[in-house]
Design a protein. Structure first.
Length: 86
C-alpha cells in the first residue's frame, strides 16, 4: 500500500523544520546569546523586572560545566551538520 503524497510531504516538512529550528537553537547558544524567560502570574501593582543573564543561567546550562555550550554536545553537532543552512 503506497504512502499518500500529502502525508509524505507533511512528514518531510516536519522533519526539515525540526532540524532547522534545532540547529538554530544550537547556533544561537553557541554565539553566546542567552535570554532568560520566566513566567509568573501578575497581580495588582506588578512591575516588570529583568534578570541578569549570569545570575539566572544556572539551571539553563547545557551540561555540568558552565563553559559548555549546546554546540559541544553530540546532538548539537548533529543538528548543525544535518542543516545545510547553518
Amino acid at each position: 500500500m503506497p504512502i499518500p503524497v500529502s502525508f509524505a510531504i507533511a512528514m518531510v516538512l516536519t522533519l526539515a523544520l525540526f532540524i532547522f529550528f534545532g540547529a538554530w537553537a544550537v547556533s544561537a547558544d553557541a554565539e553566546g546569546y542567552q535570554r532568560t524567560l520566566s513566567f509568573a502570574v501578575a497581580g495588582p501593582g506588578a512591575t516588570l523586572q529583568a534578570e541578569s543573564g549570569a545570575a539566572a543561567s544556572g539551571s539553563h546550562s547545557a551540561g555540568a560545566n558552565t563553559g559548555e555550550s549546546n554546540a559541544d554536545t553530540w546532538w548539537g553537532q548533529s543538528f548543525l551538520k544535518a542543516c545545510p543552512l547553518h
